[in-house]
Design a protein around this ligand. Structure first.
Ligand SMILES: Cc1cc2nc3c(=O)[nH]c(=O)nc-3n(C[C@H](O)[C@H](O)[C@H](O)COP(=O)(O)OP(=O)(O)OC[C@H]3O[C@@H](n4cnc5c(N)ncnc54)[C@H](O)[C@@H]3O)c2cc1C
Length: 396
């Protein structure tokens, strides 16, 4: 039963919405309602349920460096967050200190990594090391002969996102102060007195504040408050596969490579999990919000993987999943109030880094919702994530 008036309603039960609900309950006794349209569904578009699980604070931040400090703070929150989640859940969640190999098969890309990216990372105090082909193979013996070397980032972590999602569902489900609402939020109304969330079933939830953590669908719910420019927020579909590790060997490190071809740049990722499985991918289709996996994407993934990790590309494929990332044009997340009464908090736009950024987003959102004092770091991360930077105009 939904309390007649939860203090906060969160729309979206992905890693961002679920993470905020969990953090909020840790820091307060507020009553929280989580509205999730795909609860228990077999096919979902949830990015969190499709993600690989690399915790890579500096992976896509090489160029502008703006996101690095926020992402690093999130990475540093991970061990404590996972320990807390698994203690309450009563089951382990493995956080692997897998490091990350950023690899190149072409001389030009190798040069970019070593001559351009490495100095930038070092300047920002990020632990990183240049590796030649043999040194890279020393770290990961499964690398194929085409790999010319790359960078080693020893502090990156890997986690299985489905474990986090299972833990969040169970922990939130067992909490008396949290209610899951299996419905779709159609509209949000807000004024000085509070918020109304109109559900597809016709019910109307009333609360003091609402968090829009609806992933790639968030714009639908906030567009009455803030109108993001057409090109500034949109879906980016991604697919990955899982392969089974054969007896006697596994992948030691997380691997990532950019493979340019004539038409586009492909991303290769391999993320080792516990219990003999590796996630391999990924596809990156801007503007595509269609649900479900495709065999064409499977082929692309394995074809690209073969150039970096040929042995892994021959391992048995045991699963495929796809999700829709919430993309922003500047690659930065969105976190902040979008209405003048500070009742509608947007928490979205995490692109390909939402798993990495989840605990920091949850911590900051909880501080905003609880009106807690902000540190200089908090203010810096919120400035970076301010929703109005993408706005064409304020709608009302
Ligand atoms: C293939 C792939 C690989 C990835 N790998 C990584 C990685 O290695 N590392 C990393 O950091 N990130 C990775 N990401 C990115 C990461 O998964 C996303 O940034 C993150 O999961 C976004 O979380 P979210 O909660 O905002 O969105 P979602 O997980 O999509 O959750 C949003 C939820 O809101 C619900 N919803 C939407 N609208 C409504 C509504 N109106 N009413 C009710 N409910 C609604 C949806 O059903 C959904 O469950 C990857 C993503 C993909 C697709």
């Amino acid at each position: 039963m939904v309390p007649t008036h939860p203090d906060v309603v969160i729309v979206g039960g992905g890693v961002i919405g679920g993470g905020i609900a969990e953090w909020l309950r840790c820091d307060s006794r507020l009553r929280v309602g989580v509205v999730e349209q795909e609860y228990g569904a077999r096919v979902t578009t949830s990015a969190s349920r499709a993600a690989a699980g690399g915790i890579n604070p500096h992976l896509y931040d090489e160029g502008h460096g703006a996101l690095g400090p926020m992402a690093q703070r999130s990475r540093d929150l991970y061990p404590g967050w996972i320990e807390r989640l698994s203690a309450v859940w009563g089951r382990p969640i493995e956080l692997r200190p897998s490091g990350l190999l950023c690899l190149a098969v072409e001389e030009k890309e190798h040069g970019r990594l070593v001559d351009e990216v490495l100095p930038l990372l070092r300047e920002r105090g990020v632990a990183a090391e240049a590796l030649g082909a043999d040194e890279a193979r020393g770290r990961e013996p499964l690398l194929g002969p085409a790999v010319r070397g790359g960078l080693w980032l020893p502090d990156d972590l890997a986690v299985e996102p489905m474990r986090i999602m299972a833990a969040l569902e169970s922990v939130l489900g067992a909490d008396d102060g949290i209610t899951w609402v299996r419905d779709r939020a159609e509209e949000i109304r807000a004024d000085g007195d509070g918020v109304q969330i109109v559900l597809r079933s016709g019910r109307v939830l009333r609360s003091d504040r609402v968090v829009v953590a609806a992933g790639h669908l968030s714009h639908e719910l906030v567009k009455d408050f803030i109108d993001w420019r057409d090109d500034s927020f949109g879906p980016v579909k991604g697919q990955i596969l899982e392969v089974a590790v054969p007896a006697g060997g596994g992948l030691r490190t997380q691997c990532d490579a950019l493979l340019p071809d004539d038409e586009e740049t492909h991303i290769v990722r391999a993320t080792p999990y516990a219990e003999g499985r590796v996630a391999v991918g990924v596809t990156h289709d801007e503007g595509d919000a269609s649900p479900g996996t495709s065999s064409r994407a499977d082929e692309t993934i394995l074809q690209n993987l073969r150039r970096i990790l040929p042995a892994v590309a021959d391992w048995e494929v045991i699963g495929a999943r796809a999700g829709i990332r919430p993309g922003t044009s500047d690659g930065l997340p969105i976190l902040g109030y979008v209405d003048p009464h500070r009742r509608v908090l947007a928490a979205t736009g995490h692109n390909g880094l939402g798993i990495t950024l989840a605990p920091r987003t949850a911590q900051l959102a909880a501080k905003l919702l609880l009106d807690l004092p902000l540190t200089d770091d908090d203010r810096a991360d919120l400035r970076l994530s301010r929703p109005e930077r993408l706005a064409a105009s304020r709608a009302r």
